[in-house]
Design a protein around this ligand. Structure first.
Ligand code: TGC
Ligand code: FAD
Length: 406
């Protein structure tokens, strides 16, 4: 492996190379407020200046760009939809979606870091935590002083989290936690983990586990071909003694973690579209520059078909995401509507990554272009936060009234 480069070396080599222009075929920008466009612009500028130049390098090395955590906080990516009172952004859900889109336009792993922090760590503490927990954790999570992770999935319980075996017993003012979580984004770097475990009555509760608690370890998961710039790991609890004051008091049952997933899945709906827009934009530019048989390949009907179909799917996805944002802001979005949007937008993104890679010919398989990284990343995105199949079943149950899960 090549010697480790410094950030300065990466910036010197790569700044200014990112030529991204967001596709907007239907003038969907007209549906956004000036403030939303302003925030998008500032995130877009940061991504071009500080993230694009380094992302391929970190992904190739399967390394988490830890310095980015503070920068993500500075651009307002952690909990933008949560109240100002706790140091968060105080913005609407549409703005939250727009930020996720700009991040995933660069890399799904970066969006993942922000999704987990904002929707899966800060949101449950805000929604289900005590005032003391909110004041203790939210400002530090919003400012990037702390990084968090969310532990729901277990080795034997992925799509069916209700079967979880992680559990705790009570001992005076403490609980004793035992079990293990798997596939946890941010885990090896996290200062806190929001963990879902069964109480002595067998009911699911949320518990804030803090790094340094005895018996709590977070081994890293190695060998991923996807989401390589995001760090994934396990959470292992071996008789971890935790004060009862770390239990989230205001929710009991699986609806706790699933409510948080509504918010995160919503963010992915916008995010995946960002990856699709980057792939399309890259392929469109390439098709105008690359010549074969004496003319740009964009002049051949077969390439135009690919590009025309991509922009059609992107436009439909943009409208779905925008409308879902409106429903979220009005507090009316249903889980099945969120499932439809997450499922559709991730699927079109993965198809567009693949098709656009073909337009780049051999160059498309190199790290010079983002297609392969997006394509590999999206294999995780189509699996986590509910698999493609699970979202179809959620939708199927909503429209037929019949449960096909079991
Ligand atoms: P079921 O009996 O249907 O429901 C149990 C309770 O939960 C309620 N509920 C919801 N509440 C809020 N929002 C939702 N979306 C909800 N869906 C269900 C439901 O009303 C019930 O409440 P109550 O009061 O009656 O008890 O549950 P089930 O056991 O049959 O399971 C079905 C379900 C929905 C859990 C399953 O379909 C599912 O969603 N599985 C997917 C699991 C999943 O998404 N895991 C994600 C792990 S986290 C992650 O991947 C993070 S990646 C982050 C990154 O890096 O970006
Ligand atoms: P399984 O549930 O074993 O599913 C395997 C296959 O069976 C899938 O195709 C599925 O669709 C299908 N299947 C399952 N049930 C049914 C059914 N009833 N009907 C039809 N088909 C079915 N989890 C967290 O808690 N926190 C995190 O931060 C987190 N980050 C992740 C990061 C990455 C990179 C990845 C890959 C995963 C992450 N996950 C996280 C876990 C993720 O949510 C799970 O992988 C996902 O929910 C699927 O669970 P599973 O992998 O156990 O697959």
């Amino acid at each position: 492996m090549e010697a480790k480069k410094t950030l300065d070396e990466l910036y010197a080599a790569n700044r200014g190379k990112d030529q991204y222009v967001a596709p907007d075929f239907y003038g969907i920008d007209d549906l956004l407020t000036e403030e939303q466009k302003l925030i998008r612009g500032s995130v877009q500028d940061w991504v071009k200046r500080d993230l694009s130049p380094i992302i391929e390098y970190y992904a190739q090395r399967a390394e988490f760009p830890q310095h980015m955590v503070k920068q993500l906080a500075d651009v307002g990516a952690f909990g933008p939809q949560l109240p100002l009172e706790y140091g968060c952004g105080g913005m609407d859900y549409t703005t939250y979606g727009i930020i996720m889109q700009e991040l995933e336009r660069c890399d799904s792993g970066v969006r993942s870091t922000a999704s987990v922090q904002g929707s899966l760590v800060m949101y449950p503490i805000y929604k289900f935590g005590s005032e003391e927990q909110k004041h203790k954790f939210l400002p530090k999570l919003a400012s990037g002083e702390m990084l968090g992770c969310f532990g729901l999935t277990e080795p034997d319980h992925g799509s069916n989290p209700g079967g979880m075996t992680t559990k705790y017993t009570e001992d005076g003012d403490d609980i004793i936690l035992n079990g293990a979580k798997m596939w946890i984004s941010n885990a090896p770097f996290a200062d806190v983990a929001v963990v879902w475990a069964k109480n002595p009555e067998g009911k699911v509760k949320g518990v804030i586990v803090e790094r340094g608690m005895e018996g709590f370890t977070t081994p890293e998961t190695h060998g991923k071909w996807s989401l390589r710039a995001s760090c994934t790991g396990e959470l292992v609890f071996d008789n971890v003694r935790i004060p009862k004051s770390n239990i989230l008091p205001n929710v009991t049952g699986l609806k706790g973690p699933l409510t948080c997933l509504n918010s995160a899945r919503y963010g992915i709906s916008w995010g995946a579209l960002g990856a699709a827009m980057d792939c399309y934009d890259t392929a469109l530019r390439y098709s105008k520059q690359r010549e074969q048989f004496g003319k740009p390949i964009g002049g051949f009907q077969l390439q135009q078909k690919k590009l025309a179909e991509m922009i059609t799917e992107i436009t439909k996805g943009q409208l779905l995401a925008w409308r879902l944002g409106q429903l979220m802001d009005a507090g009316k979005a249903t889980p099945a509507q969120i499932s439809m949007c997450k499922r559709n937008n991730v699927e079109i993104a993965i198809n567009i990554a693949r098709e656009s890679r073909q337009i780049l010919g051999g160059m498309g398989i190199t790290g010079e272009y983002p297609q392969m990284r997006h394509m590999a990343n999206l294999e995780s995105v189509i699996t986590y936060e509910g698999t493609h199949d699970i979202h179809l079943l959620i939708l199927g149950m909503e429209i037929t009234g019949e449960n096909a899960f079991v």
